[in-house]
Design a protein around this ligand. Sequence first.
Ligand code: HH2
Length: 258
Amino acid sequence: MGVVNVTPDSFSDGGLFLDADAAVEHGRRLLAEGADILDVGGESTRPGADPVSGEEERRRVLPVVERLAAAAARISIDTTKLEVAAAAVEAGATIVNDVSAFRFEPELAGLVADAAVDCCLMHMLGEPRTMQADPRYDDVVGDVKAFLEERLRFAVGEGVPEERVWLDPGIGFGKTVAHNVELLRRLDEIVAIGRPVAIGTSRKSFLGKLAGGPENERLPGTIATNVIALERGASVFRVHDVAPLRDALIVAAATFGS
Ligand code: HH2
């Protein structure tokens, strides 16, 4: 899954693809590099980010979704808002990637059910503005697993077929470095829920805290963590740098025999 951020303020590529033409060209490049899915987002969820109105988010993402869907790409819409997801699905998106896991706008579940699209439900502690303030868990893996199981039950209760749900532990969303590495080390426990697991470590700050380096120098850590996630059973890898990750994951998968 290649990331297409149509935002001025995303943590690693904010402002680079705010213009629709630049975003579409970037998406096409990621497809050429081997992405199977493009995750298009119009609102940054970095810690402390300011919320964006639905109208502005739609204005940013819709032309990009429309044009990339027409280029035969499988599109995921990265949003927590019903109005944005509904318009994106109309424009050709077939996956709703909701980092709030249907908590911010529960009606999103009904859209996913009615439109018969897939969804990715992610764990986040609270909301982006405050999530990194002082994250605490009894047992981070147990707590995240219980949250995802509850959100899966909610989605199914709202009419979403279980086969349409992917789960994501939400690396960096209300987590310390220790929480992130423990989630990766014990990712098999999340995979044991029985749904496809997506993972998003790409360029995130815990990699910089561990190894040093700004966002554009976190590729080695991104590769290491995605290979570990593959070994632990993850099946969707949300990344900014598709070409190197594709190579790394193909070689790792051949070696693991997966
Ligand atoms: N991470 C980000 C955004 N969306 N979705 C899922 N399912 N999993 C993730 O880990 C995830 C996500 C944050 O990355 P990015 O989009 O590059 O940054 P920003 O939120 O600042 O736009």
